[in-house]
Ligand binder design. Sequence first.
Ligand code: LHQ
Length: 260
Amino acid sequence: MSYEQIVVDVRGAVTWIRLNRPDSLNALTSRMSDEMVDVVSSVAADDAVRCLVVTGEGRGFSAGQDLKEFDAVADLDIERHLERAYHRLIPALVDLPKPVVAAVNGIAAGAGLSLALACDIRIASDAAAFLQAFVRIGLVPDSGGTWLLPRAVGYAKALELSMTGERIDAAEALRIGLVHRVVPADDLEKEITTFADALAAMPTTAIGLLKRLLRDAAGLTLEEALAREAAAQSEAAGSHDFVEGVAAFIEKRPPDFTGR
Ligand code: LHQ
């Protein structure tokens, strides 16, 4: 597939997706969503890729659904549209068994915020801002917004942000746990590069497994969670990286993980 609305950049073991519709603050179209799903499935299939970064070109991360994409919103089959676009894209990122980092360079609104939330780690520029924009246009959160936001900031804050559609800045996003770190805008690329390279050098199999464990644990009893942990631990313990991790510890040297 050739990409028209995103730029894909492979830098060593890290693949970068850059949303590339800066004039509309990277508002999401069906085409853009298809392109991202295509990259994520390639990343999933390629052992050489051990981290994915998602960022935006220009002053926006993503302003959410492109509200100008449809001829007439009143005639839109919204359920079908959501299923076709977001119900493929959001799970593809959440379920990707590799670390995914959002480099939130600017505003993240509506489905654009869901996109950031579907990434495992969010590092924001101090110029970023966030809004659960749906209610401002008479909609409810979609694209995973009801599932992802409370997991990041807790139920009470998620309800407040969803009900008010309030815009918050990067400092407030950090305070409530919506992002993991805030860095000066000029340093974002450098900071993300360092962080993503470090994640890509980690034991990728274990990271993929622990992502799934944590995603699922909230709905389980303790006994069920223990059973899932034990099954995943058997898988992790079967990896070369487990053998290497223990050997490196005993030999008092840094581990050389391969992701396998
Ligand atoms: C945009 C957009 C945009 C198109 C800025 N679309 N052009 C799913 C299924 C189906 C339908 C509906 O939705 C969904 C899920 C959702 O994501 S719903 C939420 C959709 N997003 C929004 O409602 C956010 C709309 N945008 C805004 O409120 C503002 O643009 C924000 C607060 C994001 C940024 O404000 P400013 O920094 O003041 O920028 P701006 O408003 O001047 O925007 C710059 C340009 O980007 C402008 O174009 P223009 O040609 O006038 O320069 C906007 O029209 C365009 N743009 N968001 N979502």
